[in-house]
Design a protein. Structure first.
Length: 49
């Protein structure tokens, strides 16, 4: 994310920041005391024999 953000011009950076903040505010379940955002993690391990 950091590398992608750094490649944007200032206008695009501001837009992306605005969108990310809006998404986090919408998903936040921390009640204003902390940022709590649900997430999922999937890890796949393939072993070739």
């Amino acid at each position: 994310m950091h590398k992608a953000f750094a490649r944007l011009d200032a206008t695009a950076q501001a837009g992306l920041e605005r969108d990310i903040r809006a998404l986090l505010e919408r998903l936040d379940t921390g009640g204003g005391r902390s940022l709590v955002v649900p997430g999922e993690h999937l890890q796949v391990v393939i072993v070739k024999r």
